[in-house]
Write a protein that binds this ligand. Sequence first.
Ligand code: AR6
Ligand code: MG
Length: 314
Amino acid sequence: MASRVDAGAGALLGTLLGDAVGAPYEGAGPTSLAKAEERAAQAVAAAPLRYTDDTELAIALGEHLRAHPLVEHGALAAGILANLEPWRGYGGGMLALVDEWRRGRPTDEAATAVFPDGSFGNGAAMRIAPVGVRWADEPWRLADVAARSASLTHAHPLGVDAAVAQATAVGIATSRGRFGADEVAYVAQRAQQRLLGELLRTARALLADHEADADDALVTVAETLGTDVAAQHSVPTAIWAAAAAGDVREAVTLALALGGDVDTIAAMAGAIRGAADGAASLPEAWLAAVEEPDRVRAIGEALAHDALGGEATS
Ligand code: AR6
Ligand code: MG
């Protein structure tokens, strides 16, 4: 089993690798595993690979958690604003929300200013790996902190609950050092929203049918769970991919084959698989191809250290 520090680094670097390798193919249709492997190799060959909003927000949240382990909305919004480069591919609702903050709108009002029920996009889930690392040993606190992190930007009950599910997946992968069908069942049991719980149980059931080289099984997964930007679709799909894959590289390749919101599904699956397997399992050539791996690794390691003995006071 990976050391906790290596697992923390793996979760954050898994986010980065999935995001950066998947980004050139965001919005692509489903394809075969063989073609997906080719696409991953082509992306890596086109280095340096930029990360997108998925990683930029994971960095902001990770740095925030060092100072505010329980998450503080005002400070998190300030950290996101300070870090934000709008060209990195943000969702339209997210950019409109950020404008509300800039205009001085209180964060609780801003959360429902763009969508009256809040956003159910996967933006809160895609950045959540740092919470899973920081609170891997305290599942109730993990869920509470993940929900608070999510509700700043994705206040819809499905946006929040899917982010909690993704954080729970990273947390259980970190603490158990594995992520398979039993861990998917663990995450499904904790879902609060019925739709999300059903889709996670379906993801668990689909694992039983999966064979690593079965392209038909991939089409079934994409059609049954969904691959779009809605958190209730892409989070169960990413959790399925993490459990179906043997390592981060394979998880990212599965996301490329599934199509749709490829970078974000790859980032979330990569985070879970990276937590389970540790940073030592990551492909060197991929790490050499992406932007800022040292910064991202350091955040994951620091959060793991904090979890093991740092002070949690605010
Ligand atoms: N009602 C209708 N549509 C919605 C709602 C809602 N309540 N909530 C979300 N959408 P957003 P994100 C749709 O803008 O979640 C990047 O490419 C709506 O079309 O909150 O941060 C990343 O790589 C909205 O624009 O941003 C991820 O793939 C969209 O969902 C993604 O964007 C996304 O929600 C993350 O986006
Ligand atoms: Mg995306």
